[in-house]
Structures are given as C-alpha cells and as structure tokens.
Design a protein around this ligand. Structure first.
Ligand code: ADP
Ligand code: MG
Length: 250
C-alpha cells in the first residue's frame, strides 16, 4: 500500500478536493483506494456521501481504541473500489488524548500496518494545521502532496510546512518524500495566476506537478451532491484534470 498525505496548514487551498477526486481517479486506474479523513471538519467524509454525525466508529478510534481492528472502521463509498475511513467532530479532541501517549507521532503509522495488504493506495486528507494529527499523517506516509492556491499569498506559510516535512524526515520517517506541489484554483486568463504559477515553478522547480487544477464550479458543486466530481460531472474540466493528475502520479 502506497500512502500519500495531502497537507497544507492553510485552509481552503484544495486539500479535500484533491483527496476526494484523486482517490476516485485512482479507482479508474484499477486501484483499490482508501481515503482516510483526518480532519474533524469531516469534509471528505461528507463529500463521499457519509453522514459524519451518523457514524459510530471513526478515525478517532484508531488513536484511542486499539481493540477495534482498523478494518472495522472502514466503509464502502458510493464509488466502486473507493473506501472511506470517516471522521467527525470527535476527532478535534484527539490532541488531548495524544498528549499523554508514548510514541504519539507513530500511532497512525503503526495502526495502518494492519491493512497494508488490503489497498493499493491510501490517501490521507489532513486538517488545516501542523498539529500532531498532521504529523501522524506525515509519519505514516510515503509521500506528501501539497496543494497550493495560486493567489498572491501562495508562498506564505509554505516555509513552515516544508520545515515540518523536514523535521518528520529527519526524526520519524526518513522515507517521506514530497511527491509534488499541486497548483489549484488556476485561472488561465488572469495575469496574476500566470505570475504566481511562474513564481512557484521558479521556487519549487520540478516539484511542481505538470498538471494544474483550474478553477471549476463543478468541483465546488460536487460536495453538495456528496459525490466525487468524476461521478457528479464526469465531463467537467475538474474531472479531467484529476484523472490526468492520477496518471502523472502513476
Ligand atoms: N479548483 C477549484 N475550483 C473551484 N472551487 C474549488 C476548487 N478547489 C476547491 N474548491 C472549493 O473551494 C473550497 C475549499 O476547498 P477544499 O478542498 O475544501 O480546501 P481545504 O480542504 O484545503 O480546506 C471548497 O468549497 C471547494 O469545493
Ligand atoms: Mg479540507
């Protein structure tokens, strides 16, 4: 199982959109995919048609109840080959539980070993913070994808994120690699968007994915239909670009 964290402590840069749609795009490549929602806001859970308030077992139990097998926390989504480990607001209290635990950075990494053989890919949708939860995601992952909204403040906060990745690589998980920086909310026609794209490619070089995600109202609508955009609007630009991204990643 290849595990990929989708992280950026900035909210609204497209993490959940990337996680949900890339996960569904990988299923079209014939992969069995698990999406772990690691955000108490539970947007990925909602986006896959699961009611966060209606689920009795969530990713919270991974951290606090080792008696429950991880496989029992996972449910099917409405897309063939795509599975969900849901979240809900309970997860917001987990930092307190973690504070007193030994090896608290490794809990997710150790627990998902149980399901290593059951999925080809595991994507982790992180919360907008550099909390212990996000550290757990990075420690458990082979790769990290960093979605970045192409606007004026694009580079702001990225240094802090890169430092966190560096710390995780040195202290906890030497195998972690930055798979790529994904430019989101791209608007081909505006000068600013072009400028920011150029600036990001100068700064990050080859780390920036060739594929970019344009601003597309279908991507914003799909969550309200509780579906990935590939099911909601399969002919949209957003669906196409996430499929191309999945192929670029391989
Ligand atoms: N490329 C895009 N075009 C239009 N709307 C988008 C795009 N990407 C994300 N959105 C919308 O912007 C909001 C924030 O995106 P989201 O993926 O939830 O960000 P994050 O998880 O980083 O907070 C959501 O309402 C989402 O539907
Ligand atoms: Mg999100």
């Amino acid at each position: 199982m290849r595990t990929v964290a989708i992280a950026n402590q900035k909210g609204g840069c497209g993490k959940t959109t990337t996680a949900v749609n890339l996960a569904s795009a990988f299923t079209l490549l014939g992969k069995r995919v698990l999406l772990i929602d690691l955000d108490p806001q539970a947007h990925a859970t909602l986006g896959l048609g699961c009611d966060p308030e209606g689920v009795s077992r969530t990713v919270y139990d991974i951290f606090t109840d080792t008696n429950i097998p991880v496989s029992e926390l996972i449910s099917k989504s409405n897309m063939e080959g795509l599975f969900l480990l849901p979240s809900n607001i309970l997860l917001s209290g987990v930092e307190l539980d973690l504070a007193s635990m030994k090896n608290r950075e490794y809990i997710l990494a150790n627990r998902i070993k149980e399901i290593n053989g059951s999925y080809d890919m595991c994507l982790i949708d992180c919360s907008p913070s550099l909390s212990l939860l996000t550290i757990n995601a990075l420690v458990a992952s082979n790769d990290v994808i960093i979605p970045v909204q192409t606007h004026y403040y694009a580079l702001e906060g990225l240094r802090q994120l890169l430092e966190t990745v560096d710390i995780v690589q040195r202290r906890y998980n030497e195998n972690l690699e930055i798979l790529g920086v994904l430019l989101t909310f791209v608007e081909s026609r505006t000068k600013l968007s072009k400028q920011v794209q150029r600036q990001m490619r100068e700064y990050f070089g080859d780390l920036v994915f060739d594929t970019v995600i344009h601003k597309d109202v279908r991507l914003a609508e799909a969550p309200s239909a509780h579906e990935p955009v590939l099911a909601y609007a399969p002919d949209s630009m957003g669906a196409f670009e996430h499929k191309i991204l999945a192929e670029e990643i391989g």
